[in-house]
Design a protein around this ligand. Structure first.
Ligand SMILES: [Fe+2]
Length: 398
């Protein structure tokens, strides 16, 4: 007998059934019935609430006899108050299910409302700043009897339409914390690319880079999850063909559909984990209000350069899969930099209004972020500061 082979010991999860296709949003009343939901709470933000798509959803559900009501007090980068108010609306209305409609913020709040509707402890005692905290709160979490959640994404990128977590900002500490448990996975994701047609180009690009960052970070993450790697490769191939097309022509339904698939692939792949791009990005959102996807887009090449000694072979394989000119890690960095430029995204953090003086505050937050431990290379506060500095200077030499 040889030594025990290196066989992973891991919990592998894949999320949520997906109903994909044009016009499928019209199936919502039927889906509610399928899940036994008679009184759904529609959770979204005020911008989406004002769009005709929301009126159409409310009308079709009402016409079908469903007791649907609207909760639209969700802000970008949602805060605890949004979830607490959503739970109050859910309970006051006697609802029995949640439809989460919108971008990442609305989807995160919708999923959080469903989880918090059955909890005994307040939200503040159940959010976690790192996965190490999860074991502490696990005994407090009620994980049965959650109302069903249907997610209906209106952007392509967040992955929250499939994921098992919500990012919520703790206003006291101004940090992004997580609600996390596998029971938070939605029952059904209704993915209708037509709902993304009105997204402006800059948002299309920013959320598209979020989708790309999920697949790329999951693919590079050291945690073993071989199926996620395959999904991540496909997600990146979809972005490669579709992101610039969707950015240049928002009415290109084929590109919109491929970006929605890329988002779903990213949301599936990041069950494996993400890494330092997300760890560095979260404080930029919670402290400076920068769009999550935009921050990721700027940061990605610098983190790849930093991780290169460990991920070079994987990136070379990715370059071959994407059919880039050279099968190398550098080819992936060049590809990212070109893709960013084609989407008019700045190369440096300075382009997002960040200055050298901000790093002292940002670096400890990034090092303590829930996703930092998922990076393929161990990162401490000094590394995070160096990465912010590299991104400020546009220095890809690491
Ligand atoms: Fe993300």
């Amino acid at each position: 007998m040889s030594d025990k082979p290196d066989i992973p010991h891991a919990d592998w999860a894949f999320p949520t059934g997906i109903r994909f296709g044009l016009g499928r949003v019209r199936e919502l009343p039927e889906l509610c019935r399928e899940l036994g939901v008679a009184k759904p709470l529609l959770v979204t933000d005020s911008g989406i609430a004002a769009l005709p798509m929301t009126a159409a959803i409310l009308n079709s559900c009402q016409a079908d006899g469903l007791g649907i009501a609207l909760f639209s007090d969700v802000q970008p980068n949602p805060v605890e108050r949004n979830v607490i108010d959503g739970v109050s609306a859910y309970q006051a209305g006697g609802h029995d299910g949640v439809i989460a409609l919108g971008g990442g913020s609305s989807l995160d709040v919708g999923k959080a409302v469903a989880l918090m509707a059955v909890q005994k402890y307040p939200l503040r005692e159940l959010t976690i700043a790192s996965f190490q905290d999860f074991s502490e709160i696990q005994s407090k979490l009620v994980t049965h009897g959650l109302p069903p959640v249907i997610t209906v994404p209106t952007t392509s990128g967040t992955g929250s339409e499939l994921g098992r977590a919500s990012a919520i900002i703790d206003e006291q500490s101004q940090t992004k914390k997580g609600l996390f448990h596998p029971v938070m996975m939605p029952q059904i994701c209704l993915a209708d690319p037509e709902l993304t047609l009105s997204l402006p180009p800059a948002v299309t690009a920013a959320v598209g880079f979020d989708a790309l960052s999920h697949s790329l970070e999951a693919y590079c993450c050291a945690f073993p999850h071989p199926f996620a790697d395959g999904v991540a490769l496909q997600g990146m191939a979809l972005v490669n063909g579709a992101l610039v097309a969707a950015y240049r022509d928002g009415s290109d339904l084929g590109a919109r559909a491929r970006m929605m698939m890329a988002s779903l692939a990213g949301g599936t792949a990041f069950q494996k984990g993400v890494g330092a791009v997300h760890a560095l990005s979260h404080p930029l959102s919670s402290r400076h209000g920068i769009h999550h996807g935009l921050a990721n887009a700027v940061l990605m090449p610098y983190v790849l350069a930093f991780n290169m000694p460990v991920i070079e072979a994987k990136l070379a394989a990715l370059a071959r899969y994407l059919d880039l000119a050279a099968p190398s890690g550098q080819a992936i960095i060049d590809w990212l930099v070109d893709l960013r430029a084609e989407c008019d995204i700045p190369h440096r953090l300075a382009g997002l209004g960040i200055a050298e003086t901000d790093i002292d505050t940002l670096a400890p937050l990034a090092a303590a972020d829930i996703t930092a431990v998922e990076n393929p290379v161990a990162v401490d506060e000094d590394d995070m500061a160096a990465l912010y500095r590299a991104a400020l200077a546009g220095d890809l030499s690491h």
